[in-house]
Design a protein around this ligand. Sequence first.
Ligand SMILES: Nc1ncnc2c1ncn2[C@@H]1O[C@H](COP(=O)(O)OP(=O)(O)OP(=O)(O)O)[C@@H](O)[C@H]1O
Ligand SMILES: [Mg+2]
Length: 566
Amino acid sequence: MAKDDDAGEDAPALLALGESKGSVSGIPLRYLTRHGIIAGSTGTGKSRAMQVLAEQLANSGVHVFVSDVKGDASGFCAPAFVQDDESETPSETETKWNERNKLAPFEPQSFGVNYWSASERFIPFRFSVASVGSVLFSRLLSLNPTQESHLAIAFSYAKKNSIPLDTPEQLLDVLDALVSTNQRGISPSSISVIQRKIIALQESGLERMFGKPSVRLEDLGGLNVLNLSDARSDMAVTMAPAFLLQKLFASLPEVGDVETPQFVIFFDEAHYLFKDANKSLKDLMVTMLKQIRSKGVSVFFVTQDVTDIPDEILGQLSTKIIFSQKPMTEKGNARLKALAKSFPKAGFDIMEALKGLPPGTALLSTLADGGSQTVPLQVKVFAPATTMSVVPDDALRKACDPALLKKYAKRDAAPKAAPKAKAPAAPAPKPETRAKPPTQNPKPATRPQPVPSAPPTPKPAPAAQVQPVRVKEVVKEVIVEKKVVKRTGPGILDALLGGLLKLLQFILKAAGMVVTALIIKPLKSFYKYLTKKPVRMLYFLLLLLILYVIFINWAIVQGFLDSLRL
Ligand SMILES: Nc1ncnc2c1ncn2[C@@H]1O[C@H](COP(=O)(O)OP(=O)(O)OP(=O)(O)O)[C@@H](O)[C@H]1O
Ligand SMILES: [Mg+2]
């Protein structure tokens, strides 16, 4: 169902996407409770279609969250154009838009919208390590199952002992504490690996996304845009949406099948979502995406290439808005074919249509009442009511709720872990230089309590200051030690043996190449030649049979040849 021709009084709310054969085409709001996709090559109109849908969802009271990687979805706070009441004649743009939207009276509009960023540029989109949770954090660090279980212990240790876990730095401290207090089942070498990975993560620039105040769900009501245009090379682009999914997943109650979505998330440039994700992180995201629907959350992937999205997700999509696609790779072509096949038969060649749609026109297919997919319609997408231009940062900040800007602007000083001597977190290269593990267990009371709004201590305790450096030093020492081993390295005999081994490897490799070139390749080509036409194979078998007969009757053949010679 994509047209509203016979929409009556009780007809479900329809999000008007555009015009198709003289009628308004769109998506019934109730089918937006399932995930969807907006795909198409660059410049075909994906972001505008997203804008049109987001505007109407916001007008229907649905909470909308747009993850905007390029910053071109900034226009929600400004109307498409400012109507000049004085002027009798409409402007050129006004005429153009009115023409495009003649079926849906065009009314420029602006929205109250909050802009978030992974930096301090707008409202900082920040999460406490504890709210991200040990599973997502493990996947983020690519930990193996043993390390993952260590991290889970660290999270529960922090919780049990009321140790704040807002920043990666505090997580490093908790990991240190696990070793220094000899917690059962803890392997210092696993802790050391986790710590190294956390330090690498801190250095990747992702650290700024952690801390307090952590984003609160109640502050994500209405229309929200996460502008990631200043973080495109960062892992933040992958992680910020994953953190949001985790937050929604963990906080929202199950609502089952609902009539309207509560939350719709648009992931523009969705390929970034999976770009830097390792396999286990991807798997986790796929699981979350599969299950989050029952919490009233639906997700729209906006992407240039359908190859970007994992198959398991593509199989779950109900609403498909597909603009012209020019697949560059064989894989892309195969996915496009699969996508075309996933539509029911239309009166035209879907694959061909997908290749040749004009910009701003898409194929739209949604769910039908029986749960099947509707026949795709060519829809000329309406122009958005808000501006398509990129809005300057100043105006975006002005549009934000000042209370939220104030609330999230200042990162709370993270309380430091209790000053204490610690055992080495890594297999110690120089044990004598290290402090011994303390004999007493640190008691919760002696540990720093969470003081979210506490001002930074003017003179932090020396041990607390040294601590982060110490963990880094462990890593440095390990690296330095590696270098030393290299320098004093192998003796002459080792070098000789190494050289011989390399020579042997080379000879074997060369022999392999000769055998491949002289025997395997010709045999392969001959086999291909034979199998191309069955009759060739028959001749070949006949030849083999004749040779075999000659071979077993060699005495007779020889006698016959001798008689010929006489
Ligand atoms: N519905 C529309 N109404 C008016 N103009 C449109 C519409 N769709 C697309 N356009 C025109 O096409 C341009 C590109 O559209 P858009 O930014 O949505 O492309 P895109 O597919 O998101 O591209 P990219 O992949 O590069 O982000 C717009 O700036 C606008 O000029
Ligand atoms: Mg775009």
